[in-house]
Ligand binder design. Structure first.
Ligand SMILES: *Cc1c(COP(=O)(O)O)cnc(C)c1O
Length: 332
């Protein structure tokens, strides 16, 4: 029997579609409840500030026009905020888009990408969609690093002649584990120069661990380093889809070649630039998260449940039971 799926490229045949959580209004109807709180995608419950919402209303009248394909104003705002030149920036339709640009530019069926077990689900997705081989490295077992954390020594050893990309989530979703500054810097120094290292800092703004690095400070030293960040989490703009990469201009230029010309919409560009000015709103979200994480840790400990210490705005817990059953029970 032949099907269209047989005609898809091998990597795509092996993929399963990403399973997102159900929309809130559908859940509320299905379960007969109101004011449900969705925790599944690590969004910021505060959402955008009043100021950002005002900017969005003001921009609606401009929607007949294509967005600025170069994202001039947002790049200028980011450049000032991050203290990096604008030509080091790559804007994406969410930072997932930037991850996909990396795969499109550097991976093909003759190449491989290295990432950790239990890492962010998008790394295997973009790797396989590019037809490339995924070299998934077992995480720390707890003997020489935080259990479930990326084993950077093993990831370094997993780099082969065909490897062109290494994905590192710092901190990682869903484990919440992070790589300490000295270890990650040492890793970068040993990776061959032709292998692109992506350090995904989607939760950067939430982290307060003393040994957590700001990988932007390493951009000057490593032409093969790309740091990705997003407005989807601490900035509360997940629905608008805007993220970015920071690298040396050469790498940014390569990603720009495969980028769709209008990949970041105009509302997203305006809102993101405005959100950078809202330090108070950001701080409030980070503080609320800190309290919430403490509350969860205490509650879970009180229940005698083991969890992985997390630097993000989410927490992985061993319920000791079938995850599917627990999921359904919690839904109800
Ligand atoms: C949520 C998340 C992202 C952000 O994705 P966007 O496309 O920017 O919304 C990136 N990396 C990790 C590890 C995440 O958890």
């Amino acid at each position: 029997m032949s099907s269209l799926l047989d005609q898809a490229v091998d990597g795509v045949q092996a993929l399963q579609p990403y399973a997102p959580g159900k929309p809130l209004d559908e859940l509320e109807r299905e379960f007969g409840i109101r004011q449900a709180v969705k925790l599944a995608s690590n969004e910021n419950p505060l959402g955008p500030s009043a100021r950002v919402q005002q900017i969005l209303r003001e921009q609606v009248g401009q929607l007949g026009r294509y967005p600025d394909g170069n994202g001039f104003a947002l790049k200028a705002a980011l450049s000032a905020h991050l203290q990096v030149p604008a030509d080091c920036l790559t804007l994406g339709n969410g930072s997932n888009d930037v991850l996909e640009l990396v795969a499109r530019a550097f991976l093909n069926p003759d190449r491989s990408a290295v990432f950790s077990a239990h890492a962010f689900a998008v790394y295997p997705l973009v790797t396989r969609a590019a037809g490339a081989r995924a070299r998934q490295v077992p995480a720390h077992d707890g003997s020489n690093g935080p259990r479930y954390g990326h084993d950077l020594a093993a990831m370094l050893a997993a780099i082969e002649a065909d490897t062109r990309v290494v994905f590192i989530a710092n901190p990682n979703n869903p484990t919440g584990t992070w790589a300490p500054a000295a270890e990650l810097r040492g890793f970068l120094e040993q990776v061959p120069a032709h292998v692109v290292v992506v350090i995904d800092e989607a939760y950067f703004e939430y982290v307060d661990a003393a040994d957590y690095p700001n990988a932007l400070t390493w951009i000057d030293a490593f032409p093969n380093l790309l740091v990705t960040r997003t407005f989807s989490k601490a900035y509360g703009l997940a629905g608008l889809r805007v993220g970015y990469g920071v690298s040396q201009p050469e790498l940014a230029g390569i990603l720009n070649r495969v980028r769709q010309p209008f990949n970041v919409n105009s509302l997203a560009q305006a809102a993101a630039a405005a959100a950078l000015q809202d330090a108070d709103h950001l701080q409030r979200g980070v503080e609320i998260n800190r309290q919430g994480m403490r509350q969860l840790e205490q509650g879970l400990s009180g229940l005698g449940l083991v969890f992985i210490p997390s630097a993000g705005n989410f927490i992985s817990v061993d319920t000791g039971r079938d995850a599917g059953e627990v999921y359904t029970a919690l839904l109800r």
